[in-house]
Structures are given as structure tokens and as C-alpha cells.
Design a protein around this ligand. Structure first.
Ligand code: CO
Length: 212
């Protein structure tokens, strides 16, 4: 039923034009999003929809387990473009509970290439193993690891040279760590926001025990 998607699209575009005849004309002139979203590829976490933003309002990067890997060209290109060209004012790292990527990094099963992609999450779990292994329920442990992962990615973004250069230039840029619950559709602010290098250091130094 792949054709259904194309007819859905026609209906969607017509509805948008009915509501706002200039909508696409305005959007095609330029995009000026204020937010960069770094989220998971999970189909249940549709970025624009859960924060109620229209096309043109959110610049989106998604990958498995919402990572911000310091040597991933795709991510780095998105990050640099969004900061230096689009001049986004906020970067939102959004994880989600029950993340299959985080679960796969914890369960030690071999899956192939994905194990390599998820290596940073496995390393992170190893660093927090005393805390994580004290949680007997596996799903709860996964959820706590999801929060640790958001915090780690906020730190990575906060130490990225594109970000620190922007701060040095005096550009306004705040990085946030949020987590989404697929069960109730609600986002939770993990209170990890940083908008200058000293806050990244404070975040890294802060003892932090998430309570998923
Ligand atoms: Co996920």
C-alpha cells in the first residue's frame, strides 16, 4: 500500500494550503529554524509532531540511540550547518525510554554493524556499571541508561569545537537534554541545559543519578 503514502501527501499539502495559502511559498523562500533536534530514529518519536512544530521550525538529525558522535561526518555536517548557517539558538538532545539502541548496547548480544555504532553507549554503561547493575529490573536499567546517554550526548555537543567556537564568538546557543516517554507521549526536561563552557564542566563534574 505504498501508493497510500503519496495520496496521503496530496491530502496533507492541500489541507495546509487551505489553512494558509502562502504556506509553501513562504517556506520555499527560506528556512529559519531556531532549534536543532538530535533524536533517535525510532519511528515512535516523530520530532516535529511531539513538540508541535511546523515544517521550517525544527532542523532534525536522527540516528539510532540519538548519538552525537564527535567523529561522525553526518552529524558534524548537520551541527556545523545548523550553528554557522542557520544560527539555531537551541540544540535539543532528545532520548526516549525503552530505546532499542540503548537496550542492544546493554544486552551484550551480537547484531553486526549496529554493535559498532552503539559502542559509545556500551562504554557509557560500563562507566556507570556499579549504578546500573544495582538495578535488578532490566527495563528500568535500560531507562536509566537512556538518561545517562542523553547526558553524555549533551556533554559531547557542549565540547564540540563548532559549539565552543560559537560561544567564543558570543553566539547564543543553549544545549538541552530531554527524554520522551513513548507510553504517555510526554517529554521530560532532564535539567542538563548548558549555554557556556563552564556549565559543561559543571555538568561533567556533577554527580548524577537519574531516576527513570
Ligand atoms: Co531509540
Amino acid at each position: 500500500m505504498i501508493d497510500q503514502l503519496l495520496s496521503n501527501n496530496m491530502a496533507w499539502a492541500s489541507a495546509r494550503i487551505r489553512a494558509d495559502p502562502q504556506f509553501f511559498r513562504r517556506l520555499s523562500a527560506q528556512q529559519a529554524p531556531e532549534y536543532l533536534w538530535i533524536g533517535c530514529s525510532d519511528s515512535r518519536v516523530p520530532a516535529n509532531e511531539i513538540v508541535g512544530l511546523d515544517p521550517g521550525e525544527l532542523f532534525v538529525h536522527r540516528n539510532i540511540a540519538n548519538l552525537a558522535p564527535p567523529r561522525d561526518m553526518n552529524f558534524l555536517a548537520v551541527l556545523q550547518f545548523s550553528i554557522e548557517v542557520l544560527k539555531v539558538r537551541h540544540i535539543i538532545v532528545c532520548g526516549h525510554y525503552g530505546c532499542g539502541g540503548v537496550r542492544a548496547a546493554l544486552d551484550k548480544e551480537r547484531r553486526g554493524l549496529i554493535d559498532h555504532w552503539l559502542q559509545p553507549v556500551a562504554d557509557l554503561a560500563h562507566r556507570h556499571q556499579t549504578h546500573l547493575m544495582a538495578i535488578s529490573d532490566f527495563e528500568t536499567r535500560v531507562n536509566v541508561a537512556c538518561e545517562h546517554n542523553v547526558r553524555a550526548q549533551v556533554e559531547y555537543v557542549g565540547r564540540n569545537p563548532f559549539v565552543t567556537d560559537a560561544w567564543r564568538r558570543g553566539q547564543t546557543l543553549c544545549i538541552h537534554g530531554w527524554i520522551y516517554s513513548i507510553r504517555d507521549g510526554l517529554l521530560r526536561n532532564l535539567e542538563l541545559s548548558v549555554d557556556r563552557p563552564s556549565q559543561v564542566d559543571e555538568l561533567a563534574a556533577r554527580q548524577w543519578f537519574p531516576d527513570a
